[in-house]
Design a protein around this ligand. Structure first.
Ligand SMILES: *[C@@H]1O[C@H](CO)[C@@H](O)[C@H](O)[C@H]1NC(C)=O
Ligand SMILES: *[C@@H]1O[C@H](CO)[C@@H](O)[C@H](O)[C@H]1NC(C)=O
Ligand SMILES: *[C@@H]1O[C@H](CO)[C@@H](O)[C@H](O)[C@H]1NC(C)=O
Ligand SMILES: *[C@@H]1O[C@H](CO)[C@@H](O)[C@H](O)[C@H]1NC(C)=O
Length: 422
């Protein structure tokens, strides 16, 4: 049988390629140190090896070998800092205290070891994060909570579903953006951190200087779904390394309030794209309109607007999802960010945005360099919920809860009993 020999050849070839890839990778990461997550270290049940499927044993075994090889290489922290230092300065490593002040400062900007900062964090906030992450992990492990895609592994997630994970290699940060949850400003922060956008030759320093249209242009951000084109077959391995080593965060919000917010911004304001793509079909299907104007301003002046009830009916209609997956503005967070496959280090909430933002920037050790932009003042408030849902039939509200239940449970939002009972 040629199989074992083929396997060994493949493995050797794979290792060589991986070493090349790691060199490229270290170029990206720069001098970042890898003994991070001292205080946030945690078990990684989800970064586990893929389970072999029929006819794929060879490939899977080789993948497992590569993973193991990478793990070994990466778990020896001392060796890596030596490696990166040698690569950048070609001189013997100095003890930290005798390093020049400039490089120490740079380290404090770029490094991930945030243990000294923990003392500045109030115990309440630390506990709050621990509690949010505990709830998340417990819900993922709880068999009573079932939702589609819950049981798949990270390897089962198709690339195009990884398009909300923005990576910053300079600081080792991964942000999963959720539309309608302060994502414009967090994307701005990611642009400043990763220096991925230039303003007349120089990277932006102040998040608020970045024009909105650039913020939402996907070519501005390095997202996981782009790894395939850059790194081919090894993109998953690289993603897994980054998921293991980087600080991963997301921001969430009460799911029903998020829906109200999405409705307000996409259907109450004149939005040409959302009018054509969503409002026209909703008005046809759920409000019996046959001939509709071509532009949103004509429709608005003729008094033709989608109602919140039309919108809810659209969400509950099984045809909607059959035609295309939910638009990201109302797609469930568990489908955007895969919280049972990715072990987030920080779960921020819009309800506590200001505190969470400053806590997170401190944890990332960039709080002296940038401030989170002040939040939008006419934010959709939770107290409006009853008003908005008062015209929605009870049966619809209950179905809607089922549709978004996973987001409620995973992120610790209480079931809105007042809306779900007569
Ligand atoms: C699992 O979820 C069910 C239903 O929400 C709940 O009653 C139960 O207490 C949970 N179990 C654990 C171990 O959290
Ligand atoms: C996004 O940015 C790229 C590169 O800067 C540009 O070519 C493209 O036109 C932009 N797309 C939109 C929709 O603005
Ligand atoms: C739309 O028309 C159908 C039948 O033509 C009717 O049953 C339904 O009540 C109408 N809906 C609205 C919102 O007017
Ligand atoms: C805030 O939004 C509400 C609801 O859309 C609107 O009625 C109100 O006028 C807004 N307030 C300001 C100050 O813009």
């Amino acid at each position: 049988m040629a199989k074992p020999r083929l396997f060994r050849v493949w493995l050797a070839l794979g290792s060589v390629l991986m070493i090349l890839l790691i060199i490229v990778y270290w170029d990206n990461v720069g001098t970042a140190h890898f003994y991070l997550h001292t205080s946030f270290s945690r078990p990684h049940p989800l970064g586990s090896l893929p389970t072999p499927r029929q006819g794929e044993e060879l490939e899977v075994a080789a993948d497992a070998e590569v993973d193991e090889f990478l793990d070994k290489l990466l778990s020896s922290g001392v060796k890596q800092s030596d490696l990166s230092r040698r690569k950048t300065e070609e001189q013997p490593p100095m003890p930290a205290s005798s390093r020049p002040a400039l490089s120490r400062q740079e380290e404090s900007v770029r490094g991930y070891d945030w243990s000294p900062h923990d003392s500045r964090q109030s115990p309440d906030q630390g506990q709050q994060q621990a509690e949010r992450r505990r709830v998340l992990r417990a819900s993922c492990a709880n068999a009573s909570l079932a939702f589609p895609t819950k049981e798949r592994t990270f390897d089962d997630i198709p690339n195009y579903e990884l398009n909300h994970l923005i990576v910053d290699d300079r600081h080792g940060v991964i942000y999963c953006y959720v539309p309608k949850v302060a994502c414009t400003n967090w994307k701005r922060v990611m642009i400043v951190l990763s220096e991925s956008l230039l303003d007349r030759g120089a990277p932006y320093r102040d998040p608020l200087d970045i024009p909105r249209e650039h913020v939402h242009n996907s070519s501005t951000h390095l997202t996981f779904n782009k790894f395939w084109r850059r790194y081919g077959k090894f993109s998953r391995h690289l993603m897994k390394i980054k998921l293991k080593k980087y600080t991963k965060f997301l921001f969430v919000r009460d799911p029903f309030v998020r829906l109200i917010s999405a409705f307000r911004s996409k259907f109450e304001l004149e939005n040409e794209e959302f009018y054509r793509k969503f409002a026209v079909p909703m008005l046809r299907l759920y409000a019996n309109h046959t001939s509709l104007p071509a532009s949103v301003s004509e429709a608005f002046s003729a008094g033709l607007r989608v109602s919140f009830a039309n919108f809810i009916q659209y969400l509950l209609d099984p045809h909607t999802e059959r035609l295309a997956p939910f638009n990201e503005h109302w797609r469930q967070v568990y489908r955007l960010c895969h919280p049972c496959q990715i072990d987030y280090d920080f779960v921020g909430k819009l309800e506590t945005l200001d505190e969470d933002a400053s806590q997170l920037l401190r944890l990332l050790r960039v709080d002296r360099r940038l401030h989170f932009p002040p939040s939008y003042r006419n934010r959709t408030a939770s107290s409006w919920e009853e008003d908005w849902f008062s015209k929605i039939p009870l049966a619809w509200r209950q179905q809607l809860y089922k549709l978004y239940e996973a987001d409620f449970v995973l992120f610790g939002y209480p079931k809105p009993e007042n809306l779900l009972q007569d």
